[in-house]
Write a protein that binds this ligand. Sequence first.
Ligand code: AMP
Length: 207
Amino acid sequence: MNIIFLGPPGAGKGTQAQRICEALNIPQISTGDMLRRAKKEGTPTGLRAKEYMDAGKLVPDEVIIDIVKERLAMDDLKGGYILDGFPRTVPQAEALDTFAVIDTVIELDVPDEALVRRISGRRACPQCGATYHVSMLGGRETCEKCGETLIQRADDQPKTVLNRLRVYHSETAPLVSYYEAKGLLHRVNGEGDMDAIFAEIMKALQA
Ligand code: AMP
């Protein structure tokens, strides 16, 4: 099954996508993670993406479309995949339709106030990419998985968060109607207990 996870920054797409991938035994393709890796490695794409990412803007469509097209051509995806963070604009969705067949789209719905709280309190491991919320860390400053010192991502700073939400509403939210019109959209309430949200998503995938 080829699945898209749609939703604003901080809605829990990454975390839930990871759990669903484990449950279905399919890979998760996170364009944010791919770009962060490229940025860290200093590849030409990473260097180009950095200024957009740090400002909370979207990287240009042509850059990200090429990256995703190349990734989706790989052999490990025969059994399906979850796209997390792509598409983010209508042109990206239209391009995707030319090289992939999407079976279902999950929209995680969370109000803006909750998103700002979640993202501004997020701390990330620069080594393995694990994320935490400060309220769960109890003062600890290192990653539970690999021991690295946690950081606040440049794009998780409060000013940038508001910009990312603005970008979501203007560029990405139109995809909700795009996939609704195709009869592929399942809306799931992204607030509340993580296990309950996971169960809702699994139910939607089996519908
Ligand atoms: P994310 O972790 O998905 O929130 O992505 C982090 C940043 O990477 C975004 O704020 C964008 O700058 C960039 N990015 C990730 N996916 C895309 C995409 N599909 N289109 C454009 N920019 C993207």
